[in-house]
Design a protein around this ligand. Structure first.
Ligand code: GLN
Length: 309
C-alpha cells in the first residue's frame, strides 16, 4: 500500500515539532547521540487500506524499548502466561525504566513488569534458540512478519555501542541471577538484548505493527494471526499501564491509547479504531519519551477523539 503525505497531518507535525527545542537526544547509548534532534515523523496505518504520513518519514530508527513488547508477545505465545509471569510481574513501578531499586526493596526480587529494563532482560533471556544468534533470527523472523517486511534487520553500530556501555543492565542481570530469577548467561543475553533493541525500521513499519495489535493480532495485509488474541490483549494492557515508563499515568490522561516508546525517540500507538501509529522524534523529555512525539499524540487525540477512556 502506498503511504500518502497528508497536509493536515503535516500541519500537526509542524506544531508538535516546536517541542523538540526543549528535549534532548539520548546519549547514554553513545550511538543514539548522533540522531537529528529536530526531526519528527509520523505514519498512520489503517487496516482498511489507508496510510497517511507526515514529516521526514523515510528516516529509520532503532526500536529500543519498543522491542520489549514484541519480545514479550513472542515469549508469551511460546511459554504461556503462567510461566512468563513467574519470572516477571504485572505492576507499574513509578520508577525510571533503568532503575534497579525495586529489585532490592521488593521481595521476591522479581522485576515488577516486562516494560522496564530488568523485566525485559528476563523476558529476552527466555527467548527460544540454542544461541544468541539463533534467538535473534527467531525474533527477527517474528518482527518481519509483523511488519510484513523481510528487509528488517538490526543496526550493528547501535547494538555494539550499547553492548559496550550497558553496565547497569549487566548489573541488573547479575542481581537477578543471585536470586535465580535470571537463568541465562549474562553476556549472551546482553548480546541478544542489545541487538533486539537495535532492530531498525521506519515509521511505516512501526505503524503497521501497531495496526496488528489494533486488530487483536491479525495482520491487516497477510490476514495471518501473527499474535494470539489473548497475548495481543495482554501486551496492549501493559502498554497502557507501563508503556510510557513512569509517565504512563499522565500519558493515559492526556492521550489515552496503548503506546510504547523507546529512547531512540520511537513511539508506537494503537487505536481500537483499527489503526496503528508510528512516530519518530529523537528529542526526549526527562522521562525518556519523545517530547514532540507525545505532543503530537496529544494534539491528535484531542482533535480526533482517540482516548479509549
Ligand atoms: N536499550 C535501552 C536500554 O536498555 C532501551 C531503553 C529504552 O528505550 N527506554 O537502556
Amino acid at each position: 500500500m502506498v503511504c500518502r503525505h497528508n497536509r493536515e497531518l503535516e500541519a500537526l507535525v509542524q506544531e508538535a515539532k516546536k517541542m523538540t527545542e526543549k528535549g534532548k537526544v539520548a546519549d547514554y547509548i553513545p550511538a543514539l547521540a548522533e540522531s537529528e534532534k529536530n526531526s519528527l515523523s509520523v505514519t498512520i496505518y489503517h487496516a482498511e487500506n489507508t496510510c497517511l504520513s507526515a514529516g521526514d518519514d523515510d528516516q529509520t530508527f532503532t526500536l529500543q524499548s519498543i522491542s520489549k513488547v514484541l519480545s514479550l508477545a513472542l515469549v508469551l505465545m511460546d511459554y504461556g502466561k503462567e510461566k512468563v509471569f513467574s519470572y516477571v510481574g504485572q505492576e507499574p513501578t513509578g520508577d525510571p525504566f533503568n532503575s534497579i531499586i525495586k529489585l532490592e526493596t521488593v521481595n521476591p526480587s522479581k522485576p515488577l513488569n516486562p516494560m522496564i529494563n530488568a523485566g525485559a532482560l528476563v523476558v529476552t533471556s527466555l527467548m527460544k534458540g540454542q544461541s544468541a544468534k539463533e534467538s535473534l533470527d527467531y525474533l527477527l523472523g517474528f518482527i518481519r512478519r509483523l511488519a510484513n517486511n523481510p528487509e528488517i534487520t538490526y543496526c550493528k553500530h547501535v547494538a555494539e555501542s550499547e553492548f559496550r556501555s550497558s553496565m547497569i543492565n549487566r548489573a541488573m542481570c547479575y542481581y537477578m541471577k543471585q536470586y535465580d530469577i535470571f537463568e541465562g548467561d549474562v553476556e549472551e543475553v546482553m548480546d541478544l538484548y542489545t541487538k533486539q533493541c537495535a532492530i531498525e525500521m521506519n515509521s511505516l513499519d512501526l505503524a503497521k505493527i501497531g495496526c496488528v495489535f489494533a486488530l487483536d493480532g491479525k495482520h491487516p495485509e497477510t490476514g495471518e494471526q501473527v499474535i494470539s488474541k489473548d497475548v495481543a490483549r495482554i501486551c496492549k494492557t501493559f502498554m497502557v499501564t507501563c508503556g510510557m515508563y513512569n509517565a504512563s499515568g499522565e500519558f493515559a490522561i492526556k492521550v489515552g491509547i496503548p503506546a510504547k516508546s523507546g529512547v531512540s525517540g520511537g513511539v508506537m500507538g494503537i487505536s481500537p479504531y483499527n489503526f496503528g501509529i508510528g512516530i519518530f522524534g529523537p528529542a526526549l523529555d526527562e522521562k525518556g519519551n519523545s517530547i514532540a512525539g507525545v505532543k503530537l499524540l496529544e494534539i491528535m487525540s484531542e482533535i480526533y477523539r482517540l482516548s479509549i477512556f
